[in-house]
Write a protein that binds this ligand. Sequence first.
Ligand code: VNL
Length: 389
Amino acid sequence: MKKRLALSTIAATLLAASSLGFAADDTFKIGLILPMTGQQASTGKQIAAAAQLYMAQNGSTVAGKKIELIIKDDAATPDVTKRLAQELVVNDKVNVLGGFGVTPAAFAAAPIATQSKTPMVVMAAATSIITQASPYIVRTSFTLPQAAVAMGDWAAKNGIKKAVTLVSDYGPGLDAEKYFKERLTFNGGQVVEALRVPLRSPDFAPFLQKVRDIKPDALFVFVPSGAGAAVMKQFLERGMDKAGIKLIGTGDVTDDDQLNDMGDGAIGVVTSHHYSAAHPSAANKKFVEAFEKANKGMRPNFMAVAGYDGMRVIYEALKATKGNGGGDALLAAMKGQIFESPRGPMFIDAQTRDVVQNIYIRRVQKVNGQLYNVEFDVLKDVKDPGKAK
Ligand code: VNL
């Protein structure tokens, strides 16, 4: 009863806000909700920096509208995300919502996007099902099934018969675990143990000790961006690499934000992902150089590229609607966009509103004295395998 009352109050407020119509002024507001503090702060920092770079490079006036970027910190806490999304829609009257560092944050904001008909550009969260939480969601990051399936194929073809999976115990981790296992098993391999660690303040030590005892051919890991260095450190400290256990995973674990500080022990780790700062294209070279220059040498990671592309999707939608489209028109103009991203070719599938992109197989190598994920194989135009089920 109480819940129903609260929901109807929100709906009434949103209705009142939207019936006022679009602000008669010439501003176009983009409200990004990002984890700028707390455990996922690196994700917020990367996306905010990339969004600001995109604006610096492409100007802040589009189709006669002055773009205003509003960044709010939710510390990856869904209750806060929800409140901020409401405030941005009702008080600030943003035209587009964006950001969303973790899956629970994206889910918390989805009903607000639906009720207020505000396009919501997901720039980080990567659980497959997120795009189904609202018809107003468009995603520019990736999905864990996209990346994990590629690793399941690669592992089986590269002598990995027995694997253990170790994932953060929430949406993206469960997707990674499921799709890696399905694919490895399909290819004749086996997951002998599936370990899940808590998302908040994870202690990897007891889990890694267990893996050491099992001694599989490989340990497949998914942890969210920002947690990879801790896993790598503990893995190496236990001498697991020397014991013949290969570390593999989705590219979240060898995140470009942390990779260069992981030490030479990380060399040789193979992962699958949609973006590497070492992606050899002119567009990426330009992006990485400009990003590093604007951010005191900070290397862009897969979060940054999704923020950058997310801004592009918003800018192009604003151009296509000539500055006077509401939420539905903007959303329609986001669907089906196709362009060259620093990651490679990228496409927003009009049916699913999800990203279709290349998934690369990469190996950590030293290039000019720095550690990078060097791409050596590619699966082209991968759709989210989660959508087919
Ligand atoms: C998520 C997925 C978050 C992949 C991540 O880092 C990540 C998520 C913050 O969906 O919560 O690398």
